[in-house]
Design a protein around this ligand. Structure first.
Ligand code: COA
Ligand code: AMP
Length: 635
């Protein structure tokens, strides 16, 4: 086995050779001409000139190699009481038929298709069917509201939308179709056709001339073959929160993505062909794209598609039941899920009911993992618990403990060291690397490895401005932290206004935009405050327009409902208070950073540029009243 340091060195000194070797795991329709093209730096392209099809690599080639009978997907849905396996041969047939239906509707290479669906196998078929045709999918998480879906439709301009009548949440059935209808009426981009999967829990009404029934649309169509695409052609667009209210369309290419994910399955997760891997996330997030769908299938592993929660479906033993039932070897979830289980099963009574001998490691990502949670998981599961750090933009881990290469000692609170291919540095304001132990902005030296974003959809300039301009020659992650003497990184906070709620990344700017729509609101600031279960929660402070007289309770209900309607239930917005004045600089900038420090009980300096120091006391008192920011005083 190659040592970690040898791999690191090779990836740094000879990235082209390193990734060309890794690319041998993928079947190419035409080999690449250049492993890494720097012609358009700071925008880089991997495997230029190469052609492949991602669906072929994830499905068809395994069937051709004689593994058609292997289970590709275990679908397990405690919320609907159903569970079944889908073999690679069945997956191929389903995907080819759906791709045939999309083709019959005029979808061709390069067209965009928006997918707004719950955690059902048809969602995976939909993603792969797009990949099969060279169409670009954009999956929108089901917990987002109509307005968020509309923004994404307007940016991606899809020819077609794939959706379902409903999602099933523990709280009840969530009708998706009315949300889709509303989004389509809000969007300025006209969508020609929608394919709707009718689920038995809730029947959707179809709009004649626009909506087709999912299954009816597939009747009599010719199954479609895989269309070779350029390695640099987009496979998908996935929207993620930026610092403004407008989400960023992260682009993923075909070639670099397939190579990086296939490599990561063994190196990071120690998964070989035939093993079972489970990422308990949602296909609407990057974790779902990379490690429910593409990564495991590219590696010919078996993946688990779980439509349920860590607790309540039906109990905190749900994850352990699934691991035992499908013999999961490597399991991936968010720290929030472990905190939820720990809260409901502190004595591990439910855990004790299952035989987890098959489980070799637990992987956590999506948010900072507090040492208590990590240690609890490690003590109870008795396997290594691997915190690893990444982002929608990178598509796979930046820092991780490589279990398939050379496991390092686990240090609670750290996602370990940079993965080969990434050169991570902690920089000061001037862009100088800081000494070990000192905090700074975390940046990655360009070029980023394959699989990471080549750009933002239709907006190279926004990509350059948001990520590449702050420190020339580097990609700005937006995270801040430090590295210890042994190169272990510690991710401590964000340098921008992004918050992380239950592993879901949300923009405080978007919350502010929505709250400002309320007729009573003159000004608003939203910050993230610490939460024991979800890591962070959004908290809004609103200044009312003069003359507004409204009972506070009623106003709060309206504001909470407004956020739920505009952003969606996933926003988990419940904390809001009226305040007489927001703290600002003399030039009018709201002092959100100082407010965050007050909420987090950190020491803060009163900025010299403050317009009215008393406004900080107001924030302090309001937060204390709401149960946050107790006890600290300014230094
Ligand atoms: N479609 C529609 N609504 C959805 C949804 C979906 N796909 N996913 C979540 N929602 C809704 C929920 O029903 C809930 O609505 P409610 O306010 O009416 O109850 C709301 O969005 C918030 O959901 P959630 O974040 O799941 O919080 P919760 O309080 O219901 O559950 C946990 C708490 C800890 C169980 C849950 O947050 C969890 O499973 N976290 C793990 C996070 C994770 O896997 N993240 C992936 C990143 S790797
Ligand atoms: P997302 O793009 O939604 O996956 O969110 C990415 C962001 O989540 C990162 O930039 C971090 O702020 C945070 N994050 C993800 N994984 C970790 C981790 N292991 N430790 C700390 N923060 C993390």
């Amino acid at each position: 086995m190659t040592s970690l340091s040898a791999l690191q060195q090779r990836a740094q000194e000879d990235p082209q050779g390193f990734w060309a070797d890794a690319a041998a795991a993928i079947d190419w329709h035409r080999p690449w001409e250049t492993v890494l093209s720097r012609d358009n730096a700071p925008l880089f392209r991997w495997f230029e000139g190469g052609e492949l099809n991602t669906c072929y690599n994830a499905v068809d080639r395994h069937v051709e190699a004689g593994f058609g009978d292997q289970v590709a997907i275990h679908y397990d849905s405690p919320v609907t009481g159903s569970a079944y396996g889908i073999t690679y041969a069945e997956l191929q047939a389903q995907v080819a038929r759906l791709a045939g239906a999309l083709k019959a509707q005029g979808v061709t290479k390069g067209d965009r298709v928006v997918i707004y669906m719950p955690m059902v196998p048809e969602t995976v078929y939909a993603m792969l069917a797009c990949a099969r045709l060279g169409a670009i999918h954009s999956v929108v998480f089901g917990g987002f509201a109509a307005a968020e879906l509309a923004t994404r439709i307007d940016d991606a301009k899809p020819k077609l939308v794939l959706s379902a009548s409903c999602g099933v949440e523990p709280s009840g059935v969530v009708a998706y179709k009315p949300l889709l209808d509303q989004a389509l009426s809000l969007a300025s981009h006209g969508v020609e056709r929608c394919l709707i999967l009718q689920r038995p829990q809730c029947e959707a009404s179809l709009q004649a001339g626009r909506d087709l029934d999912w299954h009816a649309a597939q009747q009599g169509v010719t199954p479609a073959d895989c269309v070779p695409v350029s390695a640099t052609d987009p496979l998908y667009i996935l929207y993620t929160s930026g610092t403004t209210g407008t989400p960023k369309g992260v682009v993923r290419d075909n070639g670099g993505h397939a190579v990086a994910l296939a490599w990561s399955m063994k190196a990071i997760y120690d998964i070989d062909a035939g093993d079972t891997f489970w990422a308990a996330s949602d296909v609407g997030w990057v974790v779902g794209h990379s490690y429910i769908v593409y990564g495991p299938l590219l590696a010919r592993a078996t993946t688990v598609l779980y439509e349920g929660k860590p607790v309540g479906t039906p109990d905190p033993g749900a994850f352990w039941r699934v691991i035992e039932q499908y013999r999961v070897k490597s399991f991936f979830t968010a720290p929030t899920a472990i905190r939820a289980i720990k809260r409901e099963d502190p004595q591990t009574e439910y855990l004790g009911r299952y035989n987890l001998d098959c489980l070799k490691a637990l992987y956590l990502a999506g948010e900072r993992c507090d040492p208590d949670t990590l240690n609890w998981a490690m003590e109870t599961l008795r396997v290594p618990v691997i915190d690893h750090w990444w982002q929608t933009e990178t598509g796979w881990a930046i820092c991780a403990n490589l279990m398939g290469v050379e496991p390092l000692p686990v240090k609670a609170g750290s996602p370990a060291r940079a993965v080969p291919g990434y050169q991570v540095e902690v920089l000061d304001e001037e862009g100088q690397a800081v000494a070990a132990g000192k905090s700074g902005a975390i940046a990655i030296r360009l070029p980023l490895p394959p699989g990471t974003l080549p750009t933002l959809w239709g907006n190279d300039q926004r990509y350059i401005d948001s990520y590449l301009s702050r420190y020339p020659g580097y990609y700005l992650t937006g995270d801040a932290g430090y590295q210890d003497e042994e190169g272990y990184l510690y991710i401590m906070s964000r340098i921008d206004d992004i918050i992380n709620v239950a592993g879901h990344r949300l923009s405080t700017g978007r919350f502010e935009e929505v709250l400002a729509q309320h007729p009573a609101v003159a000004e608003v600031a939203v910050i993230g405050v610490a939460d024991k279960l979800k890591g962070q929660l959004p908290l809004g402070l609103v200044v009312l327009k003069s003359g507004v007289e409204m009972a506070e309770g009623a106003l709060y209900q309206e504001l909470i409902a407004l956020v739920r309607k505009e952003i969606g239930p996933v926003a988990a917005f419940k904390l809001v208070s009226v305040i007489n004045k927001l703290p600002k600089t003399r030039s009018g900038k709201i002092l959100r950073g100082t407010m965050r420090k007050i909420a987090d009980n950190k020491e803060y300096a009163v900025p010299a540029t403050i317009e009215d120091p008393a406004a900080l006391d107001l924030v302090h008192n309001t937060l204390v009243r709401m149960g946050y920011g107790k006890g600290r005083v300014p230094v």
